[in-house]
Design a protein around this ligand. Structure first.
Ligand code: ADE
Ligand code: ZN
Length: 325
């Protein structure tokens, strides 16, 4: 089989997808109409034209605006279901989905509305052969106190998510800011991940590991600047959930050919390929694999390695993990 056919057909796990980042412009307009929410764009085309980003913050501003059309449990279900269908088509058999509850609770939408809608779609995805779980992310531009409040609101729904993460504006919001709330989540037996080293320095990756005690690093591509950190990530088999098209669209790398995914793999790191915010960055899982392989010249051996890494890095229970591998 050809390399593109192998990339498309191979079973894979997605470990870095923000469900609000899967909201396509068409669905934004449909939900705006359904809910009577005004949006400052005249058409789907006009909205899509605004998707020209220069850095993380320029994307986040429009991403949070897009999420403002989500009000009812069914809206969250419809958004997640649309993503899960695309995941199934890309042969994603396991996905661990981030959601940003504070984006919604700040607008008066209840935690239950958010979690119940998303979770029902995850349950229904089993009929498509997709094993889907949720990871609650704290917004790092908000306070740790706000994160504690969010955790408290989510705890009655504890059986509907498997872990917590940390996302939003990285620079100026180091992991240490959330040391106490992550310690509490750890004591509760939740899985822990954090975005680090997307735009931020290696010091943020160190702090995510040593202060927050995360099990995976989201992005982590800036780690190549610190040889001692690279050694630590390789030695402890800490997965990096890398998102090539995201890095391209947010100008972390000038061209996809300049991406350091091969360097990460060659250094023995458990690097994975993921979509991050596919509706905004121009592609779901297989688009990320196909474009990255075409641009960087990765080969079949890298494809097998990336698929194996995705299952190794997943939080699936041990038995399922063995079956995937
Ligand atoms: N929220 C959604 N996508 C994100 C990203 N790439 N980095 C930080 N926060 C995010
Ligand atoms: Zn992300």
């Amino acid at each position: 089989t050809s390399l593109p056919a192998l990339l498309a057909a191979m079973p894979k796990a997605e470990l870095h997808i923000h469900i609000e980042g899967s909201l396509e412009p068409e669905l934004i307009f449909q939900l705006a109409q359904r809910n009577g929410v005004a949006i400052p764009y005249a058409s789907v085309e006009e909205l899509r034209k605004a998707y020209a980003f220069t850095n993380l913050q320029s994307f986040l501003d429009i991403y949070y605006a897009g999420a403002s059309v989500l009000l009812k449990e069914q809206d969250f279900y419809d958004m997640a279901w649309a993503y899960l269908r695309k995941a199934a088509a890309d042969n994603v058999i396991r996905t661990e989905i981030f959601f940003d509850p504070q984006t919604h609770t700040a607008r008066g939408v209840s935690m239950e509305t958010v979690v119940n809608g998303l979770h029902r779609a995850c349950v229904d995805a089993k009929t498509m052969g997709v094993d889907a779980e949720l990871i609650l992310c704290f917004l790092r531009h908000l306070s740790e106190e706000d994160a504690f409040l969010t955790l408290e609101q989510a705890l009655p729904l504890r059986d509907k998510f498997i872990g917590v993460g940390l996302d939003s504006s990285e620079l100026g919001h180091p992991p240490e800011k959330f040391a106490r709330v992550f310690a509490k989540c750890r004591a509760l037996g939740l899985h822990l991940v954090a975005h680090a080293g997307e735009e931020g320095p290696p010091a943020y990756v160190w702090a995510a590991l040593d202060v927050l005690k995360v099990e995976r690093i989201d992005h982590g591509v800036q780690s190549v600047k610190d040889p001692a950190l690279m050694q630590r990530l390789a030695q402890d088999r800490i997965p990096l959930t890398v998102c090539p098209l995201s890095n391209l669209k947010l100008c972390v790398f000038p061209k996809l050919a300049d991406h350091n995914i091969r360097q990460l793999l060659d250094a023995g790191l458990v690097a994975t390929v993921n979509s991050d915010d596919p509706a905004y960055f121009g592609g779901y899982m297989n688009d990320n694999f196909l474009q990255t392989f075409a641009a960087t010249g990765l080969a079949k051996e890298h494809a097998y390695r990336l698929a194996a890494n995705s299952f190794e890095g997943s939080f699936a229970e041990a038995g399922a993990k063995r079956r995937y591998l």
